[in-house]
Design a protein around this ligand. Structure first.
Ligand SMILES: Nc1ncnc2c1ncn2[C@@H]1O[C@H](COP(=O)(O)O)[C@@H](OP(=O)(O)O)[C@H]1O
Ligand SMILES: [Mg+2]
Length: 247
């Protein structure tokens, strides 16, 4: 199995497990407890499968202790077992599973994002290129539902866009990949696992991806803190980065 197919199959399997976990929990389980359960169960599954299928590779996961051996590894799987934990706990549909492979000297080479409530899995090897300008009255910029960047409103005004809040970095990025929105803008805090798989797929789809200062997103760094990201249609990158720089 190729690395991209493995990523897709693991993201899908973890997503199915998360749907079952939510069903089994029932309505009596509160949002925080359900989110905690989902994080743990999905992480356990992904680690077990990666150990089975790619025993020689390192793993960086939101839900596991960080092993510094990954800094010397050639291949590192960067996984977020449940992105949008808060939304999953609240029984919303905007949560995802992220599985990405980083390779030394190459960056994110293969990735998948599952959106289980939408029965969708997107991967680097099956994503269509975004080439057409979809007619839309107003440019649509997706931002965090709970922690939108403080400058988002001014940036949107400056480029004549509307802000649309949504949970989960993966859900927002895949909405841009599908052309349902034009940009995903985040700042103020995030980690490598939140953006690695979404960015891998966005690149495969021909979208712009960068930090909000325009610099390159770098993965498998000593500190996995990677606080901001911009994913957007290529022609919007210049105007958006300039608008952010003025804030
Ligand atoms: N200011 C911040 N600091 C740390 N993590 C943040 C953050 N803002 C967003 N994130 C993380 O980015 C992911 C997407 O966030 P959002 O839904 O707000 O867009 C979430 O991941 P998890 O759900 O995996 O924790 C969330 O925790
Ligand atoms: Mg996350």
């Amino acid at each position: 199995m190729t690395d991209a197919r493995l990523a897709a199959s693991l993201a899908e399997e973890a997503g199915t497990l998360l749907l079952r976990t939510r069903d089994a929990a029932g309505e009596a389980t509160d949002a925080r407890e359900l989110g905690r359960r989902g994080d743990v169960e999905s992480n356990t599954l992904l680690l077990r499968r990666l150990a089975e299928h790619r025993p020689g590779d390192a793993v960086l996961s939101e839900e596991s202790a960080d092993d510094p051996a990954r800094l010397r590894a050639e291949r590192v799987w960067i996984v977020d077992p449940l992105d949008g934990t808060r939304e999953y706990g609240r029984r919303r549909a905007d949560w995802t599973v992220h599985v990405a492979l980083w390779q030394a000297g190459r960056g994110i080479t293969d990735a998948a994002v599952a959106e289980p409530d939408k029965e969708r899995v997107s991967a680097t090897d099956d994503v269509g290129k975004i080439g057409v300008n979809r007619p839309r009255e107003k440019t649509r910029i997706l931002v965090s539902d709970s922690r939108p960047p403080e400058f988002a409103k001014r940036v949107a005004e400056e480029v004549g866009a509307e802000l649309v809040p949504m949970g989960s970095a993966g859900a927002k990025a895949m909405a841009v990949v599908r052309g349902e929105a034009d940009a995903y803008l985040h700042a103020g805090g995030q980690y490598e696992w939140d953006s690695a798989a979404p960015v891998g797929i966005a690149v495969a789809a021909g979208l712009h991806t960068s930090r909000v200062d325009g610099s390159e997103l770098r993965y498998n760094q000593a500190s996995p803190y990677l606080p901001d990201v911009l994913i957007c249609r290529k022609e919007l990158a210049g105007p958006l980065l300039r608008a952010v720089a003025r804030r």
